[in-house]
Write a protein that binds this ligand. Sequence first.
Ligand SMILES: NC(=O)c1ccc[n+]([C@@H]2O[C@H](COP(=O)([O-])OP(=O)(O)OC[C@H]3O[C@@H](n4cnc5c(N)ncnc54)[C@H](OP(=O)(O)O)[C@@H]3O)[C@@H](O)[C@H]2O)c1
Length: 289
Amino acid sequence: MTSSIAFIGAGRVASTLGRAFVRSGIPVAAIASRNPESARRLSALVEGSRAAPLQEAARAALVFITVPDDDITTTCRQLQWRRGQQVVHCSGATEVSALEHAAEAGALIGGFHPLQTFSNPDRAIDLLAGAAVAIEGPPPLDAALREIALRLQMRPLTLPPGARAAYHGSASFAGSFVVSMLEEAVAMWKSFGVNESDALAALLPLARGNLESIATKGIAGAISGPISRGDVGVITRHIAAFDGQGESHGRLYREFARRQLRLAVIDGRLNAEQSRLVAEAIEAASPTA
Ligand SMILES: NC(=O)c1ccc[n+]([C@@H]2O[C@H](COP(=O)([O-])OP(=O)(O)OC[C@H]3O[C@@H](n4cnc5c(N)ncnc54)[C@H](OP(=O)(O)O)[C@@H]3O)[C@@H](O)[C@H]2O)c1
């Protein structure tokens, strides 16, 4: 295990990882931040660490730069690095080359992106175990980051250079876009008088059940509902209800319906004739529109 670890940027990710590291027996030596008070506050929570000026923290053997993505390059540029040091950022979307300034000084640069949400650091600590972490870096940095991931009981995932935008953007479909899907459902429920909290109480068990199904049966095996059954009458009524709430609602329903149809065909649920009828129902203008 690397002898000294520091965090630069005392925000949500540093707060979660810093405390999780110490809990898992990985010492954190120093924490620095733009605002020294933030570093002091966090170091009081990360046992054994001290708040330090930026350049002092940047002398650690392994430095995690945990500032917002847009500040990674400038933060890295304003510090002096040395040969053999290891410098890592925690972004999913920013390429590791944002740390090029450290590489020019001979440091090994890499990425350690936990695929989890950190909006509430106190809760996020308990969500790390079992979560994936995308690791990028040359040897021996990759092995050091892998060891840290395993100590945190996370699942290391190797990312090739250049893949981060696709990796991170598509993860939104399992993360923040789930919020948008439920927002659409809740908006529709409001149209018949059910408020958000009652709607979520009814819809979240359904969402959880689906996630369980995907985990056991895979994507195509988990689809259910009228499209997978070829139930054209129900699909037509759904589309009329969505079109009735406005064009964007109907458009969204149709796009997901097309994707579901494709899966139903892949999974062998519908024959060619059923698939044709469902496709027609999806593309038909609704009588109320
Ligand atoms: N939040 C998530 O769910 C999540 C998940 C995975 C990965 N990440 C990645 O983790 C990184 C950090 O995200 P975060 O959510 O922890 O951000 P954050 O909560 O906004 O914290 C970043 C901290 O960095 C400090 N900072 C800002 N500019 C700085 C600078 N130029 N020099 C030094 N410190 C500076 C700020 O602290 P002071 O101004 O108080 O000093 C701020 O609190 C990002 O790359 C992000 O993409 C985030």
